[in-house]
Design a protein around this ligand. Structure first.
Ligand SMILES: *Cc1c(COP(=O)(O)O)cnc(C)c1O
Length: 406
């Protein structure tokens, strides 16, 4: 049977739009968003889609239509949210290194708040707000020091990580923020890591944050929202599917009718399994020790295997009579780290189309021009309709910003 995205076969999509190609299912985006709304219904949270997971304008626009707010980490992402019709008033600005220009842009746009990660950042936001004659809404990102038990590169809630303000310094940091005339303290947030399968650390982080909220309240610092950061992990391979409802129930239990608004910042779990990367087999190379399936997508299209040794399921888009082989599935980029899969059983012939699963998150948004490879096109599918939502980059576009001589 031909593999499909909604009602369209990957084969016809590749024929129409070429490869490599990212394909997203709109129904899957909707379903993932509604799963959060349903699970957390009793808490009526503001769901702020983390734009960095997939920043295509059509993806952002779809979430805006569903009522989503946004979590952004740069002025560029804010521009995307605004261009896609997102509401700045439901947008939260995260990240450890906001520039003055970014802060100014966000203040003028009217973002919901800045998630602040250090004392110098508080000073900078205060200064920019003063220059504009504005009050900046801020929340402090507190590092709850819990182990998210995920890959070290996507674990962010430990003392050794660059993110957030230490729990032991939190109260002093809030007092300092309260002393700055152009800041309005509105909330608190934490984000302990990504691709969490065991959800106990999330609940533990929430409990620790709530203890701090009580302490702050006793000290006369009242908060309006509590932001628990990113979403749950997704199934790439053989992970146990995280139980979103159980997480929501645990949060509801500890939130226990608090007045604060709950904010969530899911990224991966809203888009990851809504997308696939289509790639064409160029050659099958029989090495001395290993076989290689050489395809037209590479680490510049999907960096996760090279960056995190991540696993992506890969299937032939069509039934094949090719014999399965054990091979590394690699791209044309000149790096040994350029692989989509290693030691993978795959049945394919040159010219076959492969479907790389779970490529909706941290795939196109991490794409680069390494090896002067044009970034791939993106297509959004709904039912039997497919829309090109980012056209394939051209060589001329890649060269356009450069000059040849001094
Ligand atoms: C990346 C990130 C998220 C999204 O995390 P997911 O695991 O993709 O849900 C949310 N908040 C912040 C601050 C982030 O850096």
């Amino acid at each position: 049977m031909s593999l499909k995205c909604e009602q369209l076969t990957y084969t016809e999509l590749a024929a129409q739009f070429g490869t490599p190609l990212y394909v997203y299912s709109r129904a899957a985006l909707d379903e993932a968003f509604k799963a959060y709304q349903t699970a957390f219904a009793t808490l009526n949270p503001l769901i702020c889609y983390a734009v960095k997971a997939n920043s295509n304008l059509s993806v952002i626009r779809r979430f805006a239509e569903l009522g989503s707010g946004f979590d952004i980490v740069s002025g560029g992402e804010l521009a995307r949210v605004l261009a896609a019709g997102g509401d700045a008033g439901k947008t939260i600005f995260s990240g450890v290194g906001k520039s003055e220009a970014e802060i100014e842009f966000a203040l003028k746009s009217g973002v919901k708040c800045f998630n602040v990660e250090s004392l110098p950042e508080l000073d900078r936001i205060n200064q920019v707000a003063a220059a504009l004659g504005k009050q900046a809404p801020i929340s402090l990102r507190i590092n709850p020091d819990v182990d998210a038990k995920t890959h070290p590169y996507i674990s962010t809630g430990l003392k050794a990580n660059k993110f957030g303000i230490a729990m032991s310094e939190a109260e002093a940091a809030y007092r300092y923020a309260a002393s700055l005339p152009h800041l309005n303290i509105t909330g608190i947030d934490c984000h302990i890591g990504s691709q969490l399968i065991d959800l106990a650390p999330l609940t533990e982080a929430c409990e620790r944050i709530l203890l701090l909220v009580d302490k702050l309240e006793a000290a006369g610092i009242a908060l309006q929202h509590i932001d628990l950061g990113g979403g749950v992990g997704i199934v790439y391979h053989n992970e146990q599917k995280p139980d979103l409802q159980a997480y929501a129930d645990a949060v509801a239990k500890v939130m226990d009718k608090r007045p604060q608004q709950l904010v969530l910042e899911p990224g991966r779990s809203l888009v990851g399994n809504a997308g696939a990367l289509l790639t064409r087999v160029e050659f099958i190379k029989q090495g001395e020790e290993k076989h290689f399936v050489i395809v037209d997508a590479a680490m510049n299209d999907l960096m996760r295997p090279a960056l995190y040794q991540a696993y992506h399921h890969i299937e032939n888009a069509e039934p094949t009579d090719a014999a399965p082989i054990l091979a590394d599935i690699v791209g044309p980029v000149c790096e040994t780290g350029d692989f989509l899969a290693q030691n993978r059983k795959i049945a394919a012939k040159p010219g076959d189309l492969l479907v790389v699963r779970s490529a909706g998150a941290y795939a196109s948004s991490m794409a680069s021009n390494y090896n002067t490879r044009a970034r791939a096109a993106e297509v959004l599918v709904s039912g039997s309709k497919a829309k090109l939502v980012r056209r394939r980059e051209t060589i001329e576009e890649m060269l356009a910003n450069e000059t040849e001589c001094l």
